[in-house]
Design a protein around this ligand. Structure first.
Ligand SMILES: *Cc1c(COP(=O)(O)O)cnc(C)c1O
Length: 226
């Protein structure tokens, strides 16, 4: 495992993009063991853990009570897992409907918490992907910012499943444009543009990503139980 090599690539892409802002590194630890995660935690260039399943995160989270790293939920959140998710995660990055935002807001209120969230947008239009459709984004944005227990920090997307660089960049450019428009219309800083994974993070950085999410490149290939 070598996060520093990835960090060098992040830096190269940042310089190529002519940027001097910070790019956060989320280590996507789904399917990885506590030991693998402890190894990752040692790299100071890593800022967060990202998990996509509430149940899996629940089993690993107690081993990291003293960790310097916060945990982000980056996978789809089912309504019946909201309370559990709020017990485990520091941020919910996959808010993709008005119903879900209402539910997270209500339960956060019951728990006396203010929750940092991202809105996930399906910029590729692929049916298998979660996230709100771009044409419905502004309605969700306007609703979300009225909810007192949610703190909207930005947007997230997963790039299209293709080798075509133009299509990938165009999806990322769409998310950046949505974020910039939302900053203006909502009057919020929205510092987080979470986009870019193992295969496309450099393109995402060129298109303005401020947070990349890396699994395979850091930990190696994932093996799902049969
Ligand atoms: C699994 C996953 C990643 C990481 O993917 P890699 O290709 O392994 O880097 C990033 N974001 C989300 C939402 C994921 O589910």
């Amino acid at each position: 495992m070598n996060a520093d090599i990835i960090y060098e690539r992040i830096e190269k892409a940042r310089i190529k993009a002519g940027r001097n802002d910070r790019i956060y590194f989320t280590a996507v630890s789904k399917t990885r063991t506590v030991d693998e995660m402890r190894e990752a935690e040692k790299f100071l260039c890593i800022d967060f853990f990202g998990e996509n399943r509430v149940q899996e995160a629940e089993t690993k989270r107690p081993a990291f009570v003293d960790s310097r790293l916060q945990w982000r939920l980056i996978g789809h959140l089912q309504a019946n897992k909201v309370r559990k998710a709020l017990e485990i995660f520091d941020t919910i990055d996959s808010i993709d409907s008005i119903e879900l935002s209402d539910r997270v807001n209500r339960i956060a209120g019951e728990m006396n918490r203010k929750v940092r969230i991202l809105i996930e947008v399906n910029t590729s239009g692929e049916e298998s992907k979660s996230g709100i459709a771009p044409e419905n984004f502004s309605r969700l944005l306007e609703h979300t910012i009225t909810l007192p227990n949610l703190n909207l920090e930005g947007l997230m997307t997963v790039g299209p499943l293709t080798d075509n660089e133009r299509d990938i960049r165009s999806a990322f450019a769409n998310l950046r444009t949505l974020t910039e428009n939302a900053r203006r219309s909502a009057g919020l800083a929205l510092p987080i543009i979470s986009m870019g994974m193992s295969d496309d993070f450099e393109l995402a950085i060129l298109e303005g990503s401020t947070m990349i999410r890396i699994g395979t490149l850091l930990f190696g290939p994932r093996y799902y139980p049969a």
